[in-house]
Design a protein around this ligand. Structure first.
Ligand SMILES: *Cc1c(COP(=O)(O)O)cnc(C)c1O
Length: 373
């Protein structure tokens, strides 16, 4: 299929991958660069795969401007796996401050409790237990002696995004900040001076499921608890350049192609991450404006906390949910059903979603409202 004939995929994850990347993967599937092998068939220690891995690492470092005193680890276990792997590596069995901002940070807190004493620095739920706004960092209750502070910087299910990373030092905490950025990694620039560790499952914004990205400051590598499995020990994985055991080679290869695509991406006179960030801002604005202008749909998240990546919305008349989804499918707009815990609809518009996809969705929203509003 050409790009024009493919439907637009709004899946929250595994999610859409840029068309150019999929085409390239398909061209290289049987014979990568004259090697006579598919990437899937290569030794992870061989010359060919080493070049793929090194390029992926270099490109990501350049794209996100990751400083030299951070290590980039290509791991496995997914976002949920990291919820255990992070406390096993960083908590020293002590205190962990967690900001509850939605479904994923709840899961992180629950998992960390197996290894550490979890303190809730802020619970952003409203009186109905819904997550519709983030509590500003200046109002977080930070422990004096926490091993780290965990924040989910984009709550995929609830549709909340932390647009400015907090400066924990300025808030009186010496603890490193850990961010679960699974669903908005590489969608915007990162101020690494505020971060101790960032992790992300790949399947939302950078490639296929199976790869988990960990970007960790050097001085945090050597704190693992003895119970931490060797394959999840950051120090051992870093020493082995992510080859402590077989990494998810094919997923790393595809992510590497996504990084190349991002490096060459241009939009509104910008290139790379600045360009994709601008397009993400424009896409989200277009969709939120359409929802806010409508009397049939609504998004309930406070404007300052709205995610650029995941936009949940409701039809005020729930009986229209099924016809809405069926009509969307007929218009080539896929996977718009909301998460079961929130209900309604959700449009996930990650980096790979073109502006045309959001325009097509907005035009469908407007047509549907004309017919049913
Ligand atoms: C999807 C997601 C996860 C879970 O990822 P898995 O790879 O399925 O374990 C964790 N955190 C966030 C913010 C997510 O969006």
């Amino acid at each position: 299929m050409t790009q024009a004939s493919r439907p637009f995929n709004f899946s929250p994850g595994p999610a859409a991958i840029p068309h150019e990347v999929l085409s390239r993967v398909s061209e290289e599937m049987l014979d990568w660069h004259g090697s006579g092998m598919s990437v899937m068939e290569m030794s992870h220690r061989g010359r060919e795969f080493t070049s793929i891995y090194e390029a992926a690492e270099r490109d990501l470092r350049e794209l996100l401007q990751v400083p030299d005193h951070f290590r980039i680890l290509f791991m496995q276990g997914g976002g949920l796996g990291e919820n255990a792997i992070v406390p096993m590596n960083l908590s020293r069995g002590g205190i962990v401050d967690v900001v509850l901002s939605g479904t994923w940070s709840h899961k992180s807190a629950a998992e960390a409790r197996r290894y550490a004493e979890v303190r809730i620095a802020a619970d952003c739920a409203n009186a109905d237990g819904r997550y519709l706004d983030l509590i500003p960092a200046t109002d977080w209750q930070l422990s004096r002696d926490a091993a780290y502070v965990h924040v989910c910087s984009n709550e995929t299910i609830d549709g909340l995004e932390l647009h400015q990373l907090p400066d924990l030092k300025a808030l009186g905490s010496d603890a490193p900040l850990v961010i679960d950025c699974s669903s908005h990694v590489a969608s915007r620039s990162v101020d690494w001076s505020k971060v101790g560790l960032a992790f992300a499952g790949a399947q939302k914004n950078i490639g296929p499921a199976g790869l988990t990205l960990v970007i960790v400051r050097d001085d945090l590598l050597d704190r693992a608890l003895p119970i931490c499995p060797s394959a999840f020990n950051y120090q051992l994985v870093a020493q082995a350049e992510s080859m402590f055991n077989t990494p998810p080679t094919f997923a790393i290869y595809v992510a590497g192609l996504v990084f190349q695509w991002l490096k060459g991406f241009s939009y509104a006179g910008k290139t790379g991450v600045a360009a994709i960030e601008q397009r993400n801002i424009d896409k989200a604005a277009l969709l939120y404006q359409a929802l806010d202008a409508s009397s049939l749909y609504e998004n309930r998240v406070a404007a300052r906390s709205r995610s650029r990546m995941n936009i949940p919305f409701f039809l005020r008349d729930e009986r229209l949910n099924e016809p809405f989804l069926a009509g969307a499918r007929d218009h080539g707009l896929l996977q718009l059903k909301g998460h079961k815990s929130v209900g309604g609809m959700r449009a996930s518009i990650y980096n790979a979603m073109p502006l045309e996809g959001v325009q097509a969705l907005v035009s469908y929203l407007n047509d549907f409202e004309k017919r049913h509003g």
